[in-house]
Design a protein around this ligand. Structure first.
Ligand SMILES: *Cc1c(COP(=O)(O)O)cnc(C)c1O
Length: 386
């Protein structure tokens, strides 16, 4: 069975983890601090907060904004549930913006139209969470322009896109955003088992997130609000939780980070083979403009509209041929939980149409050329006999 994505672990990764297991620190310690430093260095950000998942990271980012319960954050329906859940978990209102029919990312045109309407109603969102689907960045300059015009903050859900670039900058540098969240789940670009982080250049957001990660507690004497009575003292200053990453995870993340450019290159090589060999078939792929580099966390193929009734048989055919394709994503607003909040079918038609036609085919560093060719052959065969 060839999966759509999986981790690439070498002996060095294993020995780095074993070293930590033999050391004094298992939970958050020097490896986490080093991992944060190396992430900052790699993406070009000032601060990094490592956490136990990107879901936690998204929650931290939402909380750091410090909004009120009547404030809203908008995001896209075409993502993993965590992208939306963080908004509700933070106690804010949620709404969605439909996707673009070519990039399958947020439609900035639809976003602007929706902003104009909500400005008239005096209920502009306080922040937007964008997702760089499969590693393809949303145009950061155009988004920044809108954020200045309509006064909202930008959180990048970059779970797919460590290693992606826009206008020669790394995603995560936060040059055009307020905070950026990465995931280190095994299917993503680099892994720490489970894990994630938030990067930012904003000192206030950074400090807030550092507190929330650790049950709202600080050990730093110069941050204490009370007078320090003795060396035993620590202080809880906000409400938080245990969102900490372990040194075990950070050591794996650090070791993986050394190979990130190789990982992204391998993923791009495979994507280029797909793009060359799958042309002339009734399907579409993401077009990567030359101002971007995609990490290619996902290689998504989308059947043309007229093949809609073939989707199920195509999906089943791929899995029967031992290619474990997946759909990224079911529209979030159509999950029963979100329907209960009032969202319904046809609210976001582009995302709904996309999800009835798209599937992710295998792309990961250890995918061999033999396997890549097999994927291509199997896809071609489907269309030959249809
Ligand atoms: C994987 C993913 C997440 C959640 O990441 P975890 O580290 O598993 O919590 C969030 N958003 C998107 C777009 C993802 O793909």
């Amino acid at each position: 069975m060839i999966r759509y994505s999986k981790q690439s672990i070498n002996n060095k990764d294993i020995s780095e983890v074993v070293k930590v297991l033999r050391s004094d620190f298992l939970t958050q310690g020097p490896k986490v601090i080093d991992f944060e430093k190396q992430i900052n260095k790699y993406v070009g950000s000032k601060y990094c907060v490592a956490v136990n998942s990107a879901s936690s990271g998204l929650y931290l980012a939402c909380k750091a904004l410090g909004l009120r319960s009547k404030d809203s954050i908008w995001t896209v329906p075409n993502s993993f549930a965590a992208t939306a859940n963080c908004i509700l978990n933070s106690g804010y209102k949620i709404d969605f913006v439909d996707i673009d029919n070519y990039t399958w990312n947020i439609s900035l045109k639809k976003l602007e139209e929706k902003l104009i309407i909500s400005k008239k109603k005096n209920n502009l969102p306080k922040a937007i969470i964008v997702v760089h689907l499969g590693g393809l960045p949303v145009d950061p300059k155009q988004l920044k322009y809108l954020s200045k015009k309509f006064k909202f903050k930008i959180i990048e859900d970059a779970a797919h896109s460590i290693g992606s670039k826009y206008y020669k900058k790394n995603v995560g540098s936060c040059k055009w955003s307020d905070m950026c969240v990465f995931s280190f789940h095994p299917v993503k670009i680099i892994t720490s088992g489970e894990g994630g982080c938030v990067t930012t250049n904003n000192t206030i957001y950074y400090k807030k997130m550092m507190l929330i990660r650790n049950n709202g507690i600080t050990n730093k004497a110069k941050e204490f609000k009370n007078k320090k009575p003795g060396p035993w003292y620590y202080e809880q200053q906000s409400l938080g939780f245990n969102f900490r990453m372990t040194d075990i995870q950070a050591s794996l993340g650090l070791s993986q980070l050394r190979r990130i450019n190789y990982f992204v290159k391998r993923r791009n090589n495979i994507a280029n083979i797909y793009k060359k060999t799958l042309i002339n078939l009734p399907l579409k792929v993401q077009k990567v403009d030359n101002k971007y580099l995609s990490s290619y966390h996902l290689f998504i193929i989308r059947l043309v509209d007229s093949y809609k009734d073939k989707y199920l048989s195509f999906f089943n055919y791929m899995r029967k041929n031992k290619i474990f394709v997946n759909l990224h994503y079911l529209p979030i607003h159509l999950h029963p939980y979100y329907k209960k909040l009032g969202f319904k079918k046809n609210d976001f038609p582009n995302a709904e149409l996309y999800s009835s036609l798209a599937l992710s085919i295998p792309v990961y560093p250890d995918l061999t050329s033999l396997e890549t060719n097999r994927v291509v052959r199997i896809i071609k065969n489907f269309f030959k006999y249809k």
